[in-house]
Ligand binder design. Sequence first.
Ligand SMILES: [Fe+2]
Length: 163
Amino acid sequence: MSFLNLDKNKVKETVDELNILLADYHLYYQKLRNFHWNIVGQNFFTLHAKFEEMYNDTLIKIDEVAERILTLRYRPLSNYSDYLMASHLKESASSLSDIEMVQELLSDHEKLIQQLRLTLEKATHAEDEGTADFITGYIAELEKTSWMLAAFVMDAEDNLPKS
Ligand SMILES: [Fe+2]
């Protein structure tokens, strides 16, 4: 631990949040696979490909979060039973419409962004720039993906500036 030069108690608080984030990402990943497989209708080709792009990106993040926990000298949660207990996300049915799938993902993004911000807060408090840096990048990326998904379900008039 000494080479990290970080306060062990504060690091533990960050790791607890990183483990919840890891659980959230696993539920999110499998939901994207569920939607990739089960999407039907006129938007099949667009969303089938988009969900694949999103779950591949999530797979990379899952590994980065777990290995950051190991770098901080703790163990990542590694079993699905733990993920189901720790995550704020819920599994979804497979029979949703395309719009319902996108709305479900947007609602998960809200929870993910909350968890990312909480993790960032703990990492900043622990002066753990290594964690804070990549979590900050994840927030910006997820905000951008959320904008794109929101655009998919919006009508043109929803996009007008508010007076
Ligand atoms: Fe596929």
